[in-house]
Design a protein around this ligand. Structure first.
Ligand SMILES: NC(=O)c1ccc[n+]([C@@H]2O[C@H](COP(=O)([O-])OP(=O)(O)OC[C@H]3O[C@@H](n4cnc5c(N)ncnc54)[C@H](O)[C@@H]3O)[C@@H](O)[C@H]2O)c1
Length: 311
């Protein structure tokens, strides 16, 4: 019998971490979670080998978690979430803490993995790029210039530099994925994606709602596609590169509301456009497609139907 792939998900109690837990099959993987906030009630339904209630900033705890097994993969998803207003707002409200968790904690982890075999996959974000209009053709490749507009984007850029340092100097196997906005069931913090969660809930409960949201374009991916992407990366036979742009669907809140309303055959969701959000460039994801054959399975209609079943 083949031995199971041992995976440690750092920040695994969060939205994406739980999304990955849902799609992981236990016959092939042995999963453990490290997170300073563990929702035991939610995690109870998954088969998890070790639950480490600790932070990447705690040397003693992190060392013992890293030494308890010979990890095949470490998936690093930890990020500063502040008061639950979304990762972007959290980094604006407390930049120091965001740097601590998104950058220092990540560097601390990589430093402790220097002499280990584990491969590391971690979550960067579209927010490392600047406004769409500042790029030729409005699209970006992996090597396009990074010019973050926010504190959160800056922490992700710093984390990419940290990863490159360890790859170059210690020949470590580290791969980052620049994710767009992840939407779907299981999100429990506020922010742009939460407005879309409200649309799903209103459709499900057949109630009316007005979503206040900027008119700007949104680049999204459904949680199940995002989770499957991590599984595909783990199973890749190709040697993964340092960083990948991720596939996404370009839409707007108004288009999403229309799609929800069409599916429910009602006009329950109304959009009140407020403020101006940033429009990020579309990420060219050909490299990801070529290396792991990844493409989005959940179109807007398909994801809405799936979401309504899930909640
Ligand atoms: N959700 C999105 O739309 C999106 C988009 C792009 C990138 N990302 C990135 O994906 C990752 C996961 O995002 P998410 O939406 O699941 O966020 P989340 O806030 O739901 O999850 C982050 C998890 O990290 C944990 N954490 C915080 N500090 C920690 C520490 N010091 N040590 C270990 N764990 C710690 C939190 O408790 C939380 O469970 C993040 O790195 C985020 O920046 C998310």
């Amino acid at each position: 019998m083949l031995s199971k792939i041992k995976i440690l998900i750092i920040g695994g109690n969060g939205f994406l971490g739980q999304g990955i837990l849902k799609v992981i099959t236990n016959e092939k993987y042995e999963v453990s979670i490290l997170d300073p906030y563990l929702d035991h009630k939610k995690l109870k339904k998954y088969k998890i080998k070790h639950l480490f209630n600790c932070s990447t900033l705690n040397d003693k705890d992190i060392n013992s978690a890293l030494n308890i097994e010979e990890w095949d993969y470490i998936v690093h998803l930890a990020a500063f979430g502040g008061n639950g207003n979304g990762l972007l707002k959290a980094a604006n409200e407390n930049f120091n803490k965001a740097v601590n968790i998104n950058v220092t904690g990540f560097a601390n982890l990589l430093d402790k993995l220097k002499n280990k075999k584990a491969k590391i996959i971690w979550s960067s974000s579209t927010v490392v790029f600047g406004e769409e209009k500042s790029y030729k053709n409005k699209t970006v490749k992996e090597h396009s210039i990074l010019k973050p507009l926010t504190n959160y984007g800056l922490t992700k850029l710093m984390a990419e530099k940290v990863a490159n340092y360890y790859i170059k100097n210690y020949k470590m196997n580290i791969t980052g994925i620049r994710l767009p906005i992840i939407i779907g069931p299981g999100l429990n913090y506020r922010g742009v994606a939460a407005g879309i969660s409200e649309m799903a809930l209103a459709t499900k409960t057949k109630s009316k709602c007005i979503i206040e949201i900027p008119p700007s374009s949104l680049d999204i991916i459904y949680i199940k596609d995002a989770a499957n992407l991590f599984i595909k990366m783990i199973n890749s036979k190709t040697k993964l590169k340092n960083i990948y742009n991720c596939a996404s669907i370009r839409t707007t809140a108004i288009k999403l509301a229309d799609s929800f309303n069409k599916i429910s055959k009602k006009k329950n969701i109304k959009i009140n456009n407020i403020g101006m959000g940033a429009t990020y460039p579309i990420m060219d994801y050909n490299m990801l497609k070529k290396d792991i054959n990844f493409s989005i399975k959940y179109t807007i209609n398909k994801l809405i139907k799936d979401w309504l079943i899930e909640i």
